[in-house]
Design a protein around this ligand. Structure first.
Ligand SMILES: *[C@@H]1O[C@H](CO)[C@@H](O)[C@H](O)[C@H]1NC(C)=O
Ligand SMILES: *[C@@H]1O[C@H](CO)[C@@H](O)[C@H](O)[C@H]1NC(C)=O
Ligand SMILES: *[C@@H]1O[C@H](CO)[C@@H](O)[C@H](O)[C@H]1NC(C)=O
Ligand SMILES: *[C@@H]1O[C@H](CO)[C@@H](O)[C@H](O)[C@H]1NC(C)=O
Ligand SMILES: *[C@@H]1O[C@H](CO)[C@@H](O)[C@H](O)[C@H]1NC(C)=O
Length: 614
């Protein structure tokens, strides 16, 4: 702080309080975020009652952090540092985050273990508590936790996180999805730093008087739950000590009534049954609460009963949900925000997109080469929308070396391990349009097998578009603007429809309509690429007319050929792309709602008429 000659107070950047920067485009939520973002419990599938959010204002600086409590500039956590919401809006490869936190009582002496949790830090993070390393993590989309029991003290503690994120810099091949250091048309602004919630938690629910901190309490570290249409729940409760203690799981219905109790042992798989449960489906997304008790630890979770399979109806391969085929129609959903980049401004904004899709009659979305926070998946489970989840791709126009491929495969396993409990996810995608897909051998062959063994309960779309060698449950064609779904015609580089697999139009549509500058991402470089959009319609009426033509063509392919599912590009505009149902600021909804509802219903009706009929 310094005082000017005129007695006015100027704040230098190091002392300047946090302020949202002006983004190239804002949303109705930008200025409502405040300094207490994402207050909800971040991990709905492993809930504990005592926890402390570390979201809020932290210190931030370029380079690596110095010991103690370094002072930098105020930054909002969670956020991407490149975003306006961060208060920084810069792109740097190496930076640090720091804050202090209080531990108000000696939890340690009471027998609690203390975990620090990060839902996602892009890309590499090294975490220090009171100048000691708690651990590190590689991978920008995954949650990680460190047991910091021995590092925390009663009173004030310092937390520092050093972050390294090269994105697609020369020499790096890491999972990044659509992020790039040089945004242009279909590739966008990158995200670095702590972009999902950060928090700490004491993990003993029952107070004990054990006062030997070197003996860790046994607590649940991971819960794997899969519940099927017959009421069978398959569970593995993994704990911090690989003991065989008794596990007790109570299943509660939505009226709060206990409907079953399952018993088994920790760290080994077991099953139990709920008799005639209400099933989960997009039209009826019934969920059941779970309470899991092991020793002194207790966590809450939830599940939904449903079975996903590939089956044959009247000689056509179909995706079956609870034994039935219905048409699955979704959007390409990128999850980018003009104010938050990878981080939605808030929960309401995040859910707004899903509700818009539901309202138009979409029953699915393809989460495109990005991974969202756990509350997004929880919202899909609750609102009833099926999810196709892509693995974030490495840079599109290069090929990985053996080490880079191995690391990407390690992270593919993490995608499955961390997301296999969500009832809404029904398909995994390994590769998108051949991006970073090695061609001199076919990694998708063994990766499809590996996914099937990690998660036998879902379908795999091994190659979404273009470079297909016959693996996986789906045959996926991408074509713009019109669809070629399960039909006896196709355009290269796609392959002819393969009757042994289920037909999906993994991308089509993509028609654009330019809008006035106030709804555009005001970056000249992005505006200059708008003319690369596959098709631009001059008016919203023309755009809706084209939408009707394309959906009618798709309906024809559902009626006549083997089309089982399709993805419309896309939910929203993103930077230099103006082909969303919604503009990037979510302020204009392009569809004529009645027309789209009726065209989407016609797709579902056409599929229904095919069930068991010629
Ligand atoms: C990260 O931690 C592991 C041990 O958990 C260690 O082997 C590795 O050297 C660490 N990496 C960095 C970059 O600190
Ligand atoms: C812990 O110790 C206190 C005081 O010594 C005692 O009142 C309490 O019952 C003990 N709690 C347990 C769980 O043993
Ligand atoms: C299920 O758990 C959630 C918290 O995860 C809670 O809000 C809800 O009230 C519970 N439902 C019932 C019926 O107990
Ligand atoms: C789109 O609209 C913006 C202003 O709203 C304009 O600057 C740009 O040239 C237009 N681009 C195309 C391809 O129509
Ligand atoms: C698109 O617009 C940019 C900037 O106005 C221009 O340089 C480029 O030639 C245009 N491309 C096409 C295909 O029209």
């Amino acid at each position: 702080m310094r005082t000017s000659l005129f007695g006015l107070i100027f704040l230098t950047s190091s002392a300047l309080g946090y302020e949202v920067k002006t983004p190239p485009l804002d949303t109705d939520w930008t200025y409502k975020v405040g300094t207490d973002p994402w207050p909800d419990y971040p991990r709905p599938q492993l809930q504990r009652s005592r926890w402390q959010s570390l979201n809020g204002i932290w210190q931030w600086g370029e380079g690596t952090s110095e010991s103690g409590y370094p002072q930098g500039i105020d930054v909002l956590v969670p956020s991407c540092i490149e975003s306006a919401l961060s208060g920084v809006m810069q792109s740097v490869r190496t930076s640090w985050f720091a804050r202090e936190f209080e531990v108000s009582e000696d939890l340690n002496r009471k027998g609690y273990n203390i975990l620090i949790n990060f839902e996602a830090v892009d890309y590499q993070a090294t975490v220090y508590i009171n100048d000691q390393i708690a651990g590190n993590n590689t991978g920008g989309y995954w949650r990680f936790s460190f047991d910091i029991t021995d590092l925390v003290k009663e009173g004030t503690n310092t937390l520092r996180v050093d972050v390294f994120d090269p994105t697609d810099a020369d020499g790096y091949m890491i999972p990044i999805g659509k992020q790039t250091l040089n945004p242009s048309h279909i590739f966008y602004t990158p995200c670095s730093g702590i972009w999902q919630s950060s928090w700490w938690i004491p993990i003993a629910e029952v107070e004990t008087n054990i006062s030997i901190p070197s003996v860790p309490a046994q607590y649940v570290t991971q819960l794997d739950v899969a519940a099927d249409m017959h009421g069978t729940i398959d569970v593995t409760v993994t704990t911090s000590k690989s003991s065989k203690d008794v596990v007790r799981i109570t299943v509660t219905d939505d009226s709060g009534k206990d409907v079953a109790i399952g018993k088994g042992r920790a760290n080994e798989a077991f099953s139990f049954k709920v008799s005639s449960p209400s099933l989960w489906s997009p039209d009826s997304p019934t969920l059941y609460n779970l309470t899991v008790a092991v020793g002194d630890d207790k966590v809450a979770s939830y599940t939904g009963f449903r079975t996903i399979a590939s089956g044959e109806i009247d000689g056509v391969k179909r995706p079956l949900i609870n034994g039935e085929f219905f048409f699955q129609f979704g959007t390409l959903d990128q999850g980018f925000w003009p104010d938050g980049i990878h981080t939605p401004p808030n929960h309401e904004a995040m859910v707004f997109d899903i509700k818009q899709l539901k309202n138009l009659g979409f029953n699915m979305l393809r989460k495109h080469i990005k991974v969202e926070n756990a509350l997004f998946y929880r919202a899909c489970d609750e609102l009833g929308i099926l999810l196709i989840q892509d693995m974030p791709s490495m840079p599109a126009n290069r090929l990985p070396n053996a080490d880079q491929q191995k690391e990407w495969e390690r992270q593919l396993d993490i995608l499955i391990e961390q997301h296999k409990n969500y009832p809404s996810i029904y398909t995994w995608i390994i590769y998108n349009e051949g991006w970073a897909q090695i061609r001199d051998y076919y990694p998708e062959e063994y990766l499809t097998k590996r996914l099937k063994s990690l998660d036998p309960t879902r379908l795999v779309d091994s190659t979404s578009g273009w470079v297909d060698h016959g693996y996986g449950d789906w045959h996926d064609n991408h074509h713009y603007a019109n669809p070629q779904c399960g039909a006896p015609f196709y355009s290269t580089p796609s392959t002819p429809y393969d009757r042994k697999r289920i037909a999906i139009q993994g991308e089509f549509g993509g028609i654009g309509q330019n809008v006035s500058e106030e709804h555009l991402w005001k970056v000249q470089k992005a505006i200059d690429t708008i003319n690369q959009t596959y098709e631009i319609d001059e008016t919203i009426e023309a755009w809706n007319y084209r939408g009707h033509v394309l959906l009618s063509e798709l309906r024809d392919q559902v009626e006549k050929w083997a089309c089982s599912a399709a993805i419309w590009t896309q939910t929203t505009d993103v930077e230099g792309e103006v082909n969303g149902l919604l503009t990037y600021d979510r302020r204009i909804l392009r569809p004529d709602v009645d027309q789209w509802k009726s065209d989407i219903q016609a797709l579902k009706d056409a599929a229904k008429a095919r069930n068991g009929k010629k």
